[in-house]
Design a protein around this ligand. Structure first.
Ligand code: ADP
Length: 247
């Protein structure tokens, strides 16, 4: 039996903003079906790391390979972007389209589905994230939690092989965090490959196959959640957990 090719491979990835090194020598692989959570203090490079995977940020050195294709500017970038869905902190929905069409739009424009097909797929996905009854409303008429669930349905509509989440619940009122985390948990249980940045420690522990701890642009520790949350090996990881779990 041959080993399966990883879906994401990062090798020696570096990223600078001017003189500042936001990422330094990042090596990380994510296998099909795996859920990987990035943790670390603010400014440690988590968001930059995931944005390099679909080239929302251009990395300066090393390689990012998604499903065997090197992520770089050029004609293959579109095919990489179609494999990688992203859910943002700010939901970025189109205010002048209904919820249904926000979800249908990508497949219609990019995958060339008819509107009928696109809307039919969108209805199925809105049901999957638990807001089928909101289909004909406009984003502004929805709560933050509901809007983020639309954001997730919209990412899924492109049938990506990987979903990236950049702090998907940080813009939400506390009472809406749970409903969005529940949707993500269901997707994770259903075998969707995910790389997530979150500050929700309980959720990270439940959902992750592996925790990646970053500090100052470097991966300091990669561990299973059980090991990471009970017996982190890295001193900075220990201090970070002390700070976030005992505040
Ligand atoms: P995290 O997601 O861990 O909070 P980020 O990846 O957002 O960290 O940022 C890492 C570092 O890079 C931070 O110090 C941040 O200030 C800096 N940074 C991020 N984006 C830019 C940018 N566009 N220009 C300059 N510096 C940036």
């Amino acid at each position: 039996m041959t080993a399966e090719r990883p879906l994401i491979e990062m090798r020696g990835v570096g990223k600078r903003y001017g003189e500042f090194e936001a990422l330094r020598g990042i090596d990380l692989t994510v296998q099909q079906g795996e859920v990987v959570v990035l943790l670390g203090p603010s400014g440690s490079g988590k968001s930059t790391l995931i944005r390099c995977i679909n080239l929302l940020e251009e990395y300066d050195s090393g390689d990012v390979v998604v499903d065997g294709i090197r992520v770089e500017k050029g004609k293959r970038l579109l095919s990489v972007r179609q494999e990688v869905g992203m859910v943002f902190q700010a939901f970025n929905l189109f205010p002048n389209h209904t919820v249904l069409d926000n979800v249908a739009l990508g497949p219609v424009r990019v995958r060339k589905l008819s509107w009928e097909e696109g809307r039919s797929r969108a209805r199925t996905l809105l049901a999957r994230v638990g807001i089928a009854e909101q289909a004909d409303k406009y984003p502004i008429q929805l709560s933050g939690g509901q809007q983020q669930r639309v954001g997730i349905a919209r990412a899924l509509a492109m049938e990506p092989r990987i979903l990236l989440f950049d702090e998907p619940t940080s813009a939400l009122d506390p009472e809406m965090v749970g409903e969005v985390l529940d949707v993500i948990k269901t997707l994770a249980g259903g075998g969707v490959t995910m790389l997530l940045v979150t500050h929700e420690m309980g959720f990270a522990r439940q959902v992750a196959d592996r925790i990646v701890f970053m500090e100052a642009g470097v991966i300091k520790e990669i561990a299973t959640p059980d090991v990471f949350f009970t017996n982190p090996q890295n001193e900075r990881a220990r201090a970070f957990l002390d700070a976030v779990l005992n505040h």
